[in-house]
Design a protein. Sequence first.
Length: 68
Amino acid sequence: MAQLTVPFFRPSFGEEEKRAVCDVIDSGWLTTGKVTHDFEREFASFTGARHALAVNSNTSGMILAMEA
């Protein structure tokens, strides 16, 4: 059986991404602040959903989906 390998690439972040991360850290709100709220709203709009909820992991998302 052939071994399947997944190629890894060095992450590439530009100045805009670095600045955005620093802005979030400086705000003191890493998970429930304005950026997260804006992301949830924009993601709901993008998908046509009434609501969206950002979670910290796929497992958390699956648990929430099963409990919905």
